[in-house]
Design a protein around this ligand. Structure first.
Ligand code: AR6
Length: 176
């Protein structure tokens, strides 16, 4: 048995899920892309939690590939799980870090009892990771890490048709 992986074309801030994953940066203080959208729509409680995490643990920044959890504020979710994706490099293979983002986000989700988890296409925006490759890595990582005893659904929320198609192809290729 495997956890159902679903694909949605849309805005992750509109999703109903136990946990929504944020493609953050190591400062945890917000930014553009998904990060900006989550903080805007979720409201200031999320940033307040992020500041508390910085003060207690992550003053030097959350390392790439790790994940932390905060409230989801006004989102239709209980938790936001912030993870820091790797910046794409043409000369260095950073795929283990992108795998780690997905594994760690799921580990943290399980810790807080989140059974439905929505992911964006981590690292494929500002961090420039090529979509097809990012989709293959993300789908593989989730298939490997998501325990069906702990999760009911892992959803990838893709912001445009190109991202949706890349994830649909990756899922079809993985599951045969
Ligand atoms: N819902 C779903 N997907 C979205 C949304 C949304 N509302 N908005 C953008 N995307 P990015 P990264 C897609 O740049 O590459 C931030 O400034 C977008 O089309 O958000 O991991 C952080 O603070 C793309 O496919 O994240 C970091 O500094 C995907 O989400 C940096 O960007 C990821 O794009 C992280 O860069």
């Amino acid at each position: 048995m495997t956890v159902p992986i679903t694909l949605v074309l849309g805005d992750i801030t509109a999703q109903h899920a136990d946990a929504v994953v944020n493609a953050a940066n190591s400062s945890l203080l917000g930014g553009g892309g998904v990060d900006g959208a989550i903080h805007r729509r979720g409201g200031p409680e999320i940033l307040a939690d992020c500041r508390r995490l910085r003060a207690s643990h992550w003053g030097k920044g959350l390392p790439t590939g790790q994940a932390v959890v905060t409230t989801a504020g006004r989102l239709h979710a209980t938790h936001v799980i912030h993870t820091v994706g790797p910046v794409w490099s043409a000369t260095e293979d950073r795929s283990a870090l992108l795998v780690s983002c997905h594994r760690e986000a799921l580990r943290v989700a399980a810790e807080v009892g989140a059974r439905t988890v929505a992911f964006p296409a981590i690292s494929t925006g500002v961090y420039r990771w090529p979509l097809d490759d990012a989709a293959r890595i993300a789908v593989g990582a989730v298939r490997e890490a998501a325990d069906p005893a702990l999760f009911d659904e892992v959803r990838f929320v893709l912001f445009d048709q190109a991202a949706y198609d890349a994830f649909a192809d990756a899922l079809a290729a993985h599951d045969g």
